[in-house]
Design a protein around this ligand. Structure first.
Ligand code: GLY
Length: 261
């Protein structure tokens, strides 16, 4: 799976270079209401058309997907256009699916703004929406042309969001050697400086990339990335039913514990 992964905190320059190389017919940014306000103005894309969707996993549905397609049609997108998905996993999942299916596939770049999105959802080509009460029930494998991984948007993330991403980093570390695990366990991810975090994020994402390169469509090896998720998803679904939602990474962390006992 060819996916250009860029690790940098100079996001505007990286994005500008990618857009220049892509020379798209039109540029469309998919962002949620938070990232449209807080992040998109920092990207230096004055000519881009911004498609704003509601935040949160409940909006990762067919109606929101259709609203993105409609916006693309009404704003002159063609197969030579480019979409830039700016947000957490919800935005990169649904924005990726919109791009992968519009006109049978247009190019897209993922710009994850959460630790969880950067370490997992934005990388590896899984796109999709929730359907019929089931998470990620409809989707396609479609790798972003590029993923810009940066830590410069994490300073506004709530504590539980950082810990959620940390749980997925622990999962990756458990799938590799003990050195990576010890480094992670020895650091406080909520206090770490941007450069050190970017380096840890790089090592973590490369664990996923190596697995996805070998098994992009999850026929075997990639299932290892679901470590902690069987129990984790059950806990997460139950917590939603009880109207006391557990952040995804917390559910995964409990799942890791349960599955390793
Ligand atoms: N989140 C697991 C995977 O991308 O395969």
């Amino acid at each position: 799976m060819s996916q250009n992964l860029l690790f940098t905190n100079d996001v505007a320059t990286a994005l500008g270079d990618l857009v220049k190389d892509a020379a798209p017919a039109t540029i469309h940014v998919v962002a949620d209401e938070n990232t449209a306000r807080l992040v998109v103005p920092r990207l230096g894309l004055p000519a881009a058309d911004v498609i704003t969707i509601p935040p949160g996993d409940d909006a990762k549905n067919l109606d929101t997907l259709a609203s993105i397609w409609a916006h693309l049609v009404e704003n002159g997108a063609t197969r030579s256009s480019l979409t830039v998905n700016v947000g957490g996993g919800m935005v990169t999942d649904i924005g990726g699916m919109a791009a992968a299916t519009f006109k049978r596939g247009m190019r897209f770049i993922n710009l994850p703004t959460t630790l969880l999105g950067a370490v997992d959802a934005a990388v590896g080509g899984k796109t999709g929406i929730n359907f019929h009460g089931l998470k990620n029930e409809i989707g396609v494998f479609a790798p972003a042309d590029a993923v810009i991984i940066s830590t410069c948007f994490f300073d506004t993330l709530p504590h539980h969001e950082l810990l959620s991403g940390y749980a997925e980093m622990i999962k990756h570390a458990l799938l590799t050697d003990g050195r990576e695990y010890r480094r992670l366990i020895g650091s406080d991810v909520t206090r770490i400086d941007a450069a050190e975090m970017l380096s840890m994020l790089h090592d973590s994402v490369m664990v996923k990339k190596r697995i996805v390169d070998e098994d992009p469509r999850e026929k075997g090896l990639r299932r290892a990335l679901n470590l902690g998720h069987t129990v984790g998803h059950a806990l997460e679904s139950f917590s939603h039913e009880c109207h006391a939602p557990l952040p995804h990474g917390y559910a995964v962390a409990y799942g890791l514990l349960a599955e390793m006992i």
